[in-house]
Design a protein around this ligand. Structure first.
Ligand code: OSB
Ligand code: MG
Length: 368
């Protein structure tokens, strides 16, 4: 496969509802889309999933743009690759910047699956065409507002509810959710808002029987998480610090947590996700697919990778309409009343790209 060119396009997409985490609020996404084209004119699409500011990761829209344009895309454009799985290796020399790499790498996987005429999820080695979905609900202004949001999602059929927590939005909030909804599958995601000094507070959350507590401690830590996991009964789920297969192996060895939230962007694309999925599956460590408020393109890639055998828990992959008035793919991602998504049968990501909508929302583009 000769990767002839790589086109980057930034689009602005306003969220249906703001999304608040312990590091801030997002009202509107600035998303970089990647279109790769081969010598026959076939195309593949990917998405760079970083945020608009370096709050979750050190990558953000403007840094990813310049890195993809000046460094990464030139490493791939014009190259002949035997397989999409080899694209990671072309960019390996550059350290970090995994979300930018993932946008390019996943686009090449879509291209390859389209050329083979097979659905991406099968091409990745997926086995479960029907995946289970959860939702991630941001910090709200009031507890009644949160309860209302949870009610809507449960009625829509979602299998588990994740709420964002922080030191000013934790114990009383979770208590109110349990009081209202009983023993639903519930978890909290702190996005690194605590330190080991907060251990008593974190221990107190054990009484709520949460499915897991995601990333309570600093974003780059796997040592203190191991100490914490020994002190609490709630399973710790790691998100931010697991950027590579090696990170996953070390976290498993240290006992830093019992579950991994695996995000394509954070780890650098499908090939890296597949490696981590295998390591975790062999170690009997459950993984699930996280989200980064993706447009339909990143969402479609998340659906495909979620079909692998090791993704044994409901992910944060949910319906387009929870995020967008109008998604940039057709059909939009829909969730069944049973809270599942069925990976599509069409070739590649299996959704049509709405190019006119992308052009309408585009603020810049460049061809490498
Ligand atoms: O920590 O999982 C996270 C969104 C942006 C950045 C980090 C996270 C999230 C989410 C939202 O939890 C998941 C989604 O609905 O896409
Ligand atoms: Mg998280």
């Amino acid at each position: 496969m000769l990767i002839k060119s790589i086109e980057l396009t930034e689009i602005n997409l306003p969220l249906v509802h703001f999304f608040e985490t312990s590091f801030g609020r997002t009202y509107e996404r600035r998303i970089i889309l990647v279109r790769v084209e081969d010598a026959d004119g076939a195309e593949g699409w990917g998405e760079i999933t970083c945020g608009e500011s370096p709050g979750y990761s050190d990558e953000w829209t403007d840094s990813a743009w310049v890195t993809a344009e000046k460094i990464l895309a030139p490493m791939v454009a014009g190259q002949e690759v035997a397989a999409a799985a080899d694209v990671w290796g072309l960019m390996k020399w550059a350290r970090g910047h995994r979300m930018a790499k993932s946008g390019i790498e996943t686009a090449c996987w879509d291209l390859e699956a389209k050329k083979l005429g097979v659905p991406l999820w099968r091409h990745l080695g997926g086995v479960n065409q029907v995946i289970e979905c959860g939702v991630s609900i941001g910090i709200q202004d009031t507890i009644p507002q949160l309860l209302e949001k949870i009610r809507v999602e449960l009625e829509a059929g979602y299998k588990r509810i994740k709420i964002k927590i922080s030191p000013s939005w934790d114990y009383d909030v979770i208590k109110a959710v349990r009081a209202e909804f009983g023993d639903i599958l519930l978890m909290g995601d702190a996005n690194s808002a605590y330190t080991l000094a907060d251990i008593d507070k974190l221990k107190s959350l054990d009484e709520f029987d949460l499915m897991m507590l995601e990333q309570p401690l600093p974003h780059d830590d796997i040592i203190d998480h191991a100490k914490l996991q020994r002190e609490i009964t709630t399973p710790v789920c790691l998100d931010e610090p697991i950027k590579s297969p090696e990170d996953a192996r070390k976290a498993i060895e240290l006992g830093s947590g019992k579950i991994i939230n695996l995000k394509n962007g954070r780890v650098g694309g499908h090939t890296q996700s597949k490696m981590i999925e295998q390591i975790c599956r062999e170690a009997k460590m459950p993984v699930w697919c996280g989200g980064m408020l993706e447009s339909g393109i990143g969402r479609a890639h998340n659906i495909a990778i979620s079909t692998l055998a090791g993704y044994t828990m409901p992910g944060d992959v949910s319906a387009s309409k929870r995020y967008w008035h109008e998604d940039i793919i057709s059909p939009e991602v829909e969730v069944s009343p049973e809270g599942t998504i069925t990976a599509p049968e069409g070739p590649g990501i299996g959704f049509e790209i709405e190019i006119d909508r992308i052009k309408r929302g585009s603020t810049r583009s460049t061809l490498i």
